[in-house]
Write a protein that binds this ligand. Structure first.
Ligand SMILES: [Zn+2]
Length: 128
């Protein structure tokens, strides 16, 4: 009989407790990083930095008639960081691009075609 979810959880909590993680019951309460905050230089109000900084920009423009950078210096840089880190595994780094993948598939197709042609034409099987 398969282990129930509850039992699996208890086991995880127990392991966490043994490893000194989580709270007293071993529950991991803090898995996410605390939100990055930025303090308005004008009124000292703290706001959470997001990828788009909508709230901060709105605050700066509507409250102080100023810009995001003036009220929250560095916030846009953090936002850019968040935006970059948000899409892990994506982006251009690592792995072939879709275009490269397509080109590779075309190559494979060519190989198959030429292999099939040469095989059908006679004894020439080796390529390259
Ligand atoms: Zn302010």
């Amino acid at each position: 009989m398969p282990e129930s979810n509850a039992a699996a959880k208890r086991r995880t909590f127990k392991a966490n407790r043994a490893a000194g993680l989580g709270d007293e019951s071993g529950r991991l309460t803090r898995v996410k990083e605390p939100p990055k905050m930025s303090k308005c230089t004008v009124c000292q109000l703290e706001l959470k930095i997001t990828k788009t900084n909508t709230e901060l920009t709105a605050h700066a423009t509507s409250k102080h008639g100023s810009t995001l950078d003036a009220c929250f210096p560095g916030a846009s840089a953090v936002a850019a960081e968040l935006a970059a880190g948000g899409k892990k595994g994506g982006g251009s780094a690592g792995g072939p691009t879709k275009k490269q993948q397509k080109a590779k598939n075309a190559d494979d197709l060519d190989d198959l075609l030429s292999a099939g042609l040469s095989a059908g034409a006679g004894k020439k099987r080796g390529k390259k």
